[in-house]
Design a protein around this ligand. Structure first.
Ligand code: FES
Ligand code: FE2
Length: 439
């Protein structure tokens, strides 16, 4: 029997070798694996901690709870941002208990120790009662690396981590055209979920599930394999360019009427969908032309610096190990899962949406419907309690619990992956090497 190899799905120069290691259930369900990740993975990567819009003034702070850790990022007098472990050096109490705040000093609620914004202890009760003398000025909060990119602030526990912009490469360069710096986070939702964080990570590393889990995307996003551009980078980050404003080539959407909602999207740009009957695949080019012509007067100042591809397509960036950015000219979606503090079969899912500020626009469409075009407060729920986390995200999450259950079966022998799921394979091999301290 002749085995036929499918073609590489990766852009020239952006394929990566994989070994074909077995991906068994252990990494999704065992406490030992979770502990290895806690020791060898999470301390070595950069984490997206929040948005700069919440750190405008000196003393503004944000908190990011991550697994068993909690990190506080604080705006300094000189405009820099510092990150600290959220643990009082006195006897370990958590200092900051809310998501955001602003204060000239961080004050521990146990014995009242106070720290200046740069993390220096500046006030204690009974300062003369310490064997080494007054500890003020000598004791500091434990500091971490903290750097920014666009509207975002990141932290890392690794003093030797690459500078953030190098670690994010090639995305800072690839994302320049979108002009993300002044985008506004209009949605900030999260939920406790009953599955391992990697379940959703795997989901974002493949588009094989689009026709089955998100069938309604097929009329305006072309997920046909020959039409999609996949890239894998040395760093472990991946990307996928999917053509937007074009129906999938998995089915014949070309010869008939322009399908909904592409007809409405085209009409909104002054294009008559009836004129594209029988050639719906070229409406994408008409939208590019219309956006070039009308974008600036509609307030989309960022269109000018975008490539044609950026104007109409979806740039899906999966960063190792757990951060995803899905870009369109009008929306940046941040989707990620983070580990539960103790249970490998649970995680926290987060969904942020950022949009460009458009003068005069009061509301904006997001995956949860229309919301004010203004900075959003964080809201947290439990998945399954009826709160939407975005209609596409809800579909992805709907599989999480049942996949976790299936992975617990003695009958599951390990994943059988298609060629287009090679990013999943590579992710797990890199993860395996990191958690076992081989790299
Ligand atoms: S633990 Fe913070 S002041 Fe005592
Ligand atoms: Fe999905």
């Amino acid at each position: 029997m002749n085995a036929v190899s499918p073609p590489s799905r990766y852009a020239a120069g952006y394929d990566q070798a994989v070994r074909g290691d077995a991906i068994t259930a252990e990494r999704y369900i065992s406490k030992e694996w979770m502990e290895l990740e806690r020791k060898n993975l999470w301390p070595r990567v950069w984490h997206l901690g929040g948005v700069l819009a919440e750190l405008e003034e000196e003393g503004d702070f944000i908190r990011h709870n991550f697994g068993k850790e909690s990190i506080v990022m604080v705006r300094q007098a000189d405009g820099a941002i510092k990150a600290f472990f959220n643990a009082c050096p006195h006897r370990g109490n958590r200092l900051v208990l809310g998501d955001v705040g602003s204060a000239p000093r961080l004050t521990c609620s146990y014995h009242g120790w106070q720290f200046s914004t740069d993390g220096t202890l500046v006030h204690v009760q009974d300062p003369d009662d310490f064997p080494g003398g007054n500890p003020c000025g000598k004791v500091h909060l434990s500091e971490l690396r903290c750097e920014t990119f666009g509207p975002f602030v990141f932290w890392s526990m690794d003093p030797d981590a690459k500078p953030l912009l190098d670690w994010l490469a090639p995305f800072p360069e690839r994302l320049v055209g979108y002009g993300l710096d002044n985008w506004v986070r209009v949605l900030n939702v999260s939920a406790d979920c009953d599955f391992n964080w990697k379940i959703i990570r795997d989901n974002f590393n493949e588009s094989y599930h689009l026709p089955t889990i998100h069938p309604e995307l097929s009329t305006f996003i072309n997920d046909g394999l020959p039409d999609t551009l996949f890239e894998m980078y040395d760093s472990g980050h991946n990307a996928m360019w999917m053509k937007g404003h074009q129906a999938t080539t998995r089915a014949d959407h070309v010869s008939g009427e322009v399908p909904a909602p592409l007809d409405e999207i085209a009409a909104a740009w002054g294009i008559d969908p009836a004129a594209y009957r029988g050639r719906t695949h070229v409406i994408r080019e008409a939208v590019i032309a219309a956006k070039r012509k009308l974008g600036a007067e509609r307030g989309y100042k960022n269109y000018e610096q975008m490539t044609d591809q950026q104007l109409v397509d979806y740039f899906h960036c999966t960063l190792f190990p757990n951060l995803t950015l899905t870009m369109s000219p009008e929306q940046c979606q941040i989707l990620r899962t983070e580990p539960h503090p103790t249970d490998p079969e649970k995680c926290v899912f987060q969904h942020w949406v950022l949009v460009p500020p458009v003068a005069g626009m009061a509301e904006v469409m997001t995956p949860v419907g229309m919301v004010p075009l203004a900075h959003a407060e964080h809201s947290h729920s439990r998945y399954g309690d009826g709160v939407s986390l975005g209609y596409v995200a809800d579909q992805d999450l709907s599989i999480g619990t049942s996949q976790q259950q299936g992975l617990n079966s003695r009958g599951f022998k390990g994943c059988i992956l298609s060629n287009q799921e090679k990013r999943v394979q590579r992710f797990h091999e890199l993860l395996d090497d990191m958690v076992h301290a081989r790299i």
